[in-house]
Design a protein around this ligand. Structure first.
Ligand code: RB5
Length: 169
């Protein structure tokens, strides 16, 4: 594996940071270790919240919860990986402070930061190539939230019940 050598900067709500959290279930351990090497080689401190037990089947909601909890306490950003990316994406988006995007290409990685201020990128180990996954992480970490018209929309994500009609509450 040859990594593209470039300077990475984590983007923490338009404030550059040098740390990121990462977690996976058993379906994402291999890609997670590739990304950890890439991030470390580029000066990013990536904290691995597990799973670390290769070959042991675990439940993705448990690792989505670990990452969501850690992000809440330090307002950080995160990377989640499972086999398809779908389970992690559903699980972690249940926490109201999380804006997670399941991404398969660089354009989505850019747009989820620019338009949605995503604080978690979710990747699939089984449905995407590792070089694409690395590129997606690089773009995610180096793209700012565009704010402007997107700010109002992103703020609405924090209170979905408030958007319901009275009879729907
Ligand atoms: C585990 O086999 C697999 O179901 C999980 O990694 C993920 O793809 C679920 O959405």
């Amino acid at each position: 594996m040859v990594f593209q050598k470039k300077i990475l900067q984590c983007n923490k709500g338009n404030k550059l940071a040098t740390e990121i959290l990462i977690a996976s279930d058993h379906g994402g351990i291999r890609l997670k270790s590739i990304l950890l090497s890439h991030l470390t080689a580029n000066g990013i401190v990536a904290t691995d919240l597990g799973s670390k037990a290769d070959g042991i089947s675990v439940d993705y909601p448990d690792y989505a919860a670990k990452l969501a909890g850690s992000i809440r306490s330090n307002e950080g950003m995160g990377i989640l990986i499972c086999g398809s990316g779908i389970g992690m994406s559903i699980a972690v988006n249940r926490y109201e402070w999380v804006r997670a995007a399941l991404v398969h290409d660089e354009t989505s990685a850019r747009l989820c930061r620019e338009h949605n201020n995503a604080n978690v990128i979710v990747l699939s180990e089984r449905l995407m190539g590792e070089l694409t996954a690395i590129s997606c992480v690089d773009v995610f970490l180096n793209t700012d939230f565009a704010e402007g018209r997107h700010l109002r929309r992103v703020e609405k994500l924090s209170n979905p019940s408030g958007l319901l009609a009275p009879q729907e509450k």
